[in-house]
Ligand binder design. Sequence first.
Ligand code: NDP
Length: 386
Amino acid sequence: MKRRIAILGATGSVGQSTLDLVKRSPDRFDVIALTAQSKVRELAEAALATGAKLAVVADEGRLPELRTLLDGSGCRAAAGAAALVEAATGDADWVMAAIVGCAGLLPTMAAVEAGKTVALANKEALITAGQLMIEAASRSGSTLIPVDSEHNAIFQCLVGSCGDDVSRLILTASGGPFRTASAEQMRSATPAEAVSHPKWSMGAKISVDSATLMNKGLELIEAYHLFGLGSEQIDIVIHPQSTVHSLVEFIDGSLLAHLGTADMRIPIAYALSWPERMQTPAARLDLVELGRLDFEAPDLERFPALRLAREALESGGGAAIILNAANEIAVELFLAGRIAFHEIAAMVADALGQTTAPAPRSIDEVIALDSATRAKVSAAAHESCS
Ligand code: NDP
């Protein structure tokens, strides 16, 4: 039977890789719904190519254009927050959550509450509402399949594990474009330099997060929620080749690693076909050509974002929401050329230093803390920039 799928964030980097795989195996998938923020041309093109039944644009002002593009195709056009939730909870049984940032929280949570199999790329949703999402999944019977290459690697290494036999997770990080840069060089880094990742081709926000190593900090919190281990059982090592995507250490001292080329279609394919596997066009790893694998400890002085993320995880309450919201605003300001690269972590540190909040008891509380933090961080940035 064909898997009925919805792709939230279909026009983004993860969304496009998912569509690439789906188009290569049309006999395996029925595309039910696709969504975007504002790129209606790309959205309509994907909807027409896949025969999607519903195309949703978050920006309601773009709905007339989307309707015109889909006229006569049999694909319904819709817009706004409620339509995003409809895409996430409708006829699909498998949902790719690939909206970037906390903006993906509501539809992702709705898919989880509706008991869907959720391929989770939108790490910010899990970081801000981790406990609530894991509890909702256990109530609804939803399966969360991690798409982030590191967590997908761990998910694969855990096949056959009972959970109690795991002693440690090791998340690998490429080190990003500034792995060998001096603190001085990083102070003058431009957005173009920050988004040119040495190994992975990704959207702008996650590319900047990779350059600050905030991405690895967010992944630490993501791993904590997904795999139920303590912060002290999750290590991070820099591995510049990005070949070992992560490792699991078991109580007997065995270490299982997942290796592959740096192509997001590999973890996405595993999520798409789970519990089976499917063909992908990803390049195969040539171990002889590769020759060596290097590992080093992260430098927490040059990359304070990683330290801040671990501190936020360990202090608990609403700290991860504050960390994430401040980071999203700081990355936006950096990409807009309004703050320097090193100010991203400084703004996050300020936000964490100024506010403490209890753990949210509902998604409304998550959204309230997220919005309040964004407003505070934006106002502080406006003051210091003017
Ligand atoms: P992109 O920026 O490439 O794409 C983001 C997608 O979300 C686009 O479809 C965009 O629409 C849509 N979108 C943006 N803002 C909103 C909004 N407010 N409401 C609704 N939709 C919105 O991001 P990536 O694909 O790189 O990343 C997506 C998620 O996956 C992130 O959470 C990231 O951390 C995670 N991830 C990404 C990886 C990668 O390789 N790219 C690897 C691992 C995780 P539009 O195009 O119209 O703007």
